[in-house]
Design a binder for this molecule. Sequence first.
Ligand SMILES: [Zn+2]
Length: 82
Amino acid sequence: MIEISFELNGQKVDPKTMGGGLQKAMLTTIREALGERVGQVECEHHHRQPHILCKGPSVVELSMEVCGCCDQIIDAVETRLQ
Ligand SMILES: [Zn+2]
């Protein structure tokens, strides 16, 4: 499973450890949905998995940044996310 992390208002949050409530539920859902789409992606050249950072002012205004070892894997992830 690739790494998916979240940043709200400049602060890293982890749906596993954050307090309960709607935000936790929403982030958990996003993480599962992303994991289903790109969870098995691995760079065929470097055998590394990409990392997705979702950040924004709130859980309903998140934008995604894909980090990876090279452009090919970033493209592969972005294609799957479309
Ligand atoms: Zn690579």
